[in-house]
Design a protein around this ligand. Structure first.
Ligand code: AHR
Length: 329
């Protein structure tokens, strides 16, 4: 994926990206949808599903942002199935919406439907997750997190946390197989911990980004892996499921087995504040306002950067306690 997208520096580039004054030599065109009155615009959004607290927050934020902007949003939930997302996109093409936005459930297999959107002259905006395609002309821009960097941040925390340990046995709870966040978070984490032989990933299995999946995988692994020092869960929900399994096995999450997760949704932050999770790498689901800005910019005939990276932070227990009262999701 890294090869296929241009990573823009978040701050200045984001401001530029949304101002309509792109710094790109090759501009990303908004197609022929420009110049409509805001209340005449129609955007189709094909969501992944409702698999996690993050996803629920993301859907709510997108729907609220379009409502506030007065732009009609057609919204579909693919229940984590690529075929459902493809059907939704085809239906948006048939309905002749002005823009299509979607968060691809997996990275590959999109070229055919995206070519159909292109042939119909409907610009496509990727949000949250990337597609793995050689043809960058199939989408206008990709707005979302740098998942590889998120994995690196989790790995860097593990290196510091286990600085005095001689060996660290790790269980990795992977996100949806084939999805950008599962692939990239594994890559970033492996890159960092791979520098020291004492780190060993003893098991790595998918929990499909769900709490039930995280619990089931962890229940089984607690039986087959007698020694686990660290759980690296690709999202909070799987980490929360792992906590349930660890407690059911009579162990203390956060102490007997340390846990690092990605997202920082309220339930995850509460578990961090309670000492059951040890560290969280933030992945912001609040993409709605930026998505609206992109649509408006393109509609005005402006240009946007090919890659817009979301700004994010990390949380320790103390920081979670401080942030929780104001946490929006
Ligand atoms: O693509 C973003 C990821 O998808 C979030 O980390 C996870 O919670 C969600 O299901």
């Amino acid at each position: 994926m890294k090869k296929l997208i241009t990573i823009a520096a978040a701050g200045a580039a984001l401001a530029l990206a949304l101002s309509g004054c792109s710094a790109h030599a090759a501009p990303a065109s908004g197609g022929d949808g420009g110049g409509k009155a805001i209340d005449e615009l129609v955007v189709g959004f094909a969501q992944v599903g409702a698999e996690s607290g993050w996803r629920t927050a993301n859907s709510k934020d997108i729907q609220a942002s379009f409502e506030e902007a007065g732009i009609e949003l057609k919204f579909s939930d693919a229940q984590q199935k690529q075929e459902n997302q493809i059907k939704a996109i085809r239906s948006y093409i048939q309905q002749r919406v002005d823009y299509i936005a979607f968060s691809p459930v997996v990275e590959t297999g999109w070229d055919a439907v995206l070519n159909e959107a292109k042939a119909a002259g409907i610009p496509v905006i990727l949000t949250d997750r990337a597609v793995d395609s050689k043809d960058e002309s199939l989408y206008v821009t990709f707005l979302g997190s740098d998942f590889v960097e998120e994995g690196r941040k989790a790995g860097q925390w593990a290196v510091t946390e286990f600085a005095d340990a001689d060996s660290v046995k790790i269980v990795q709870l992977e996100g949806t197989t084939g999805s950008a966040p599962a692939i990239d978070r594994a890559e970033g984490f492996a890159e960092v911990i791979g520098e020291d032989d004492k780190f060993e990933v003893v098991a790595s299995q998918t929990g499909d980004f769900t709490r039930a999946g995280g619990r089931q995988v962890m229940e089984a692994l607690l039986k087959s892996q007698p020694e686990i020092d660290l759980v690296y869960a690709h999202n909070d929900d799987m980490g929360l499921g792992a906590i349930e399994a660890i407690e059911a096995a009579g162990k203390v999450p956060g102490k007997d087995i340390k846990i690092v997760t990605v997202d920082a949704v309220k339930d995850g932050m509460q578990a961090l504040a309670d000492g059951k999770i040890n560290f969280i790498v933030e992945c912001s689901p609040l993409l709605g306002a930026q998505l609206v800005d992109i649509v408006k910019t393109l509609n005005d005939g402006g240009e946007v950067e090919k890659r817009i990276v979301t700004e994010e932070t990390t949380f320790t227990q103390e920081q979670a306690i401080e942030a929780l009262p104001d946490r929006k999701y």
